[in-house]
Design a protein. Structure first.
Length: 153
């Protein structure tokens, strides 16, 4: 069963673009924006990441820490970060453990073709690591996603 409102964030989130283990306790006392996106360097995913980049300072001031997750490799994440000057970590979930736990992996359709992929979804955790809100795919505006989150509270 996928994680739900009121659940605690897992301690081990995976490895980042540098192969470093990412733990939720590394962000103790901060609100965590854990956003799942389909693929590095695609138009919508780049817009979303750049929205977080452009609003990162404001998000930090409001107590948020941003973490992105996709099933791309750490090497791909590193290139994506460097190309777009992203100031936050990206978690590589090549084993599909986190996407399964969060219920964001499933069958998608594009141009009549079915395939497995990530449903763009964002999870907002409070300072105690409790899930307070889920922003579902149809609600996310990639170019304005950081602003959407900042306007929530």
């Amino acid at each position: 069963m996928a994680i739900q409102i009121g659940d605690r964030i897992p301690e081990i989130l995976g490895k980042d673009q540098d192969g470093k283990l990412v733990r939720s306790s590394d962000y103790a006392g901060k609100k965590i924006v854990l956003y799942f996106y389909p693929k590095d360097s695609t138009p919508g995913c780049t817009e979303e990441a750049c929205s977080f980049r452009d609003n990162y300072h404001t998000m930090m001031q409001k107590g948020y820490e941003v973490l992105g997750v996709s099933v791309d490799s750490a090497k791909s994440h590193k290139r994506f970060i460097e190309k777009n000057a992203l100031p936050f970590n990206l978690i590589s979930d090549e084993e599909h453990e986190l996407v399964q736990l969060f219920g964001v992996w499933g069958e998608k359709t594009m141009a009549g073709r079915k395939y497995m992929g990530i449903f763009r979804t964002t999870f907002l955790f409070n300072e105690q690591g409790i899930l307070e809100q889920i922003i579902h795919p149809k609600s996310i505006k990639t170019k304005e996603h950081a602003t959407q989150i900042l306007e929530i509270k």
